[in-house]
Design a protein around this ligand. Structure first.
Ligand code: LMR
Length: 394
């Protein structure tokens, strides 16, 4: 049997992680995988997470199974964080999932169950694993224009034109904030135009939100998803706690299905629980429990939000210094977009050849599509990266 297996394509982000580990150079800089690192290059356990873990260790009396949807209190806390009061609670079905990827995978499976003919429209570019999972699940994918390679902003006219080609029942995958990999995001006026188009054409929005709090702030980053969920009859939302709680390895995510009214909610809830049971039965609980404790305790929540805000402002500062340094070296504003982008990433918009040249010549690791993780930088490495960008002739 095993002889029939064919090698599967390597995930380019994870392959880069491995290459970085194997590079013996001391000066190497890791701007690859989307993991936050502080100025010392460490991915810290957030203060509130440590405190919650301590409390949990003392108070937890059992490790028996939770429910198939996870602890309902986790669903409630996350729904509140992401949607606030924008949508009636009794229309929302929610299940805990193993990370944001688990939520994305379950959402695609739900789409396939509900409408096997639906196509999923994805931004060009998008997170490569979206495409890989869609292919694996067997869903037809259509790309819509998104990144403007001239301005390095959103090609909004192109996006809208391409979405007009979607048919009733097709799904449109949107990034809730901090677009991965580009860093270029819709403004609220554009979100509203997208909502109008979705509703006019009977399209179903699916939102992947993995970086809430890394862009313009916790509330601001949720504005698009709130607008969509409160204006469209049905919405799927895949959320991750990996980045904003810094609990990557705990695999903590949530899938929500927002129905038109309360009558659709019960069936959605049962379907999501069924999908959990088929794929992995009970979702992991440790990370979800920490998130619930933090969100439901005023002091822990305030400390978490403050630390997240420090992280966000730190990344904004790094964006500005990189843009300033490139301005100084080139005498032009053509890298000003780095300061305008939001989230963990910016897409430089250069060729794989120049990305490879920077890796070989200067030990700079960014994803081949020229996505760089801003959090991989610090005050010392900003000038090194800026020089490497200029030396490579980007
Ligand atoms: C990324 O885009 O680098 C992260 O979401 C990590 C991953 O799983 O790819």
């Amino acid at each position: 049997m095993f002889e029939n297996l064919k090698p599967q394509p390597a995930d380019k982000i994870l392959a880069l992680m491995q290459m970085f580990r194997e590079d013996p150079r001391e000066q190497k800089i890791d701007l690859g995988v989307g993991v936050y690192k502080n100025a010392e290059g460490v991915t810290p356990v957030m203060r509130a997470v440590k405190a919650a873990e301590k409390q949990l260790w003392e108070a937890e009396t059992t490790k028996a199974y939770t429910g198939l949807a996870g602890d309902p209190a986790y669903g409630d806390a996350m729904i509140n964080l992401i949607l606030g009061s924008s949508v009636a609670r009794d229309t929302i079905a929610a299940v805990a999932t193993p990370g944001g990827t688990g939520a994305v995978r379950q959402a695609f499976e739900l789409i396939k169950m509900a409408n096997p003919g639906a196509r999923v429209f994805v931004s060009d570019p998008t997170w490569p694993n979206h495409l890989s999972i869609l292919k694996y699940v067997g869903i037809e994918t259509v790309t819509y224009r998104y990144f403007d390679r001239e301005t390095r902003g959103v090609n909004f006219d192109g996006m809208m034109e391409d979405l007009k080609g979607a048919q009733k029942g097709d799904v449109v995958l949107l990034h809730g904030c901090c677009h991965n990999p580009t860093g270029a995001n819709l403004n609220l006026t554009q979100w509203q135009e997208v909502v109008d188009l979705l509703n006019a054409q009977g399209l179903i929005p699916m939102i992947d939100i993995a970086y809430q709090g890394f862009g313009d702030g916790l509330e601001e980053d949720a504005a698009g998803v709130r607008l969509v969920a409160s204006s469209c009859p049905e919405t799927l939302i895949a959320a991750s706690c990996s980045k904003n709680f810094g609990i990557y390895r705990e695999r903590t995510g949530l899938l929500m299905a927002v129905a038109n009214d309360a009558s659709g909610q019960a069936l959605n809830q049962k379907t999501l629980a069924f999908l959990n049971r088929q794929n992995y039965s009970f979702p992991p609980d440790h990370g979800a429990r920490l998130v619930t404790m933090i969100l439901n305790d005023d002091a822990l929540r305030a400390d978490w939000a403050a630390e997240l805000e420090e992280v966000r402002l730190g990344m904004l500062g790094l964006r500005q210094s990189l843009a300033d340094e490139l301005q100084r070296l080139t005498g032009s504003d053509r890298f000003g977009f780095i300061a305008q982008h939001r989230g963990m990433f910016s897409l430089l918009g250069t060729t794989p050849e120049l990305v490879e040249k920077m890796r070989v010549d200067a030990g700079i690791y960014m994803v081949g599509d020229s996505r760089l993780n801003i959090a991989g930088l610090n005050a010392q490495t900003v000038p090194i990266l800026a020089k490497a960008i200029v030396d490579a002739g980007v």
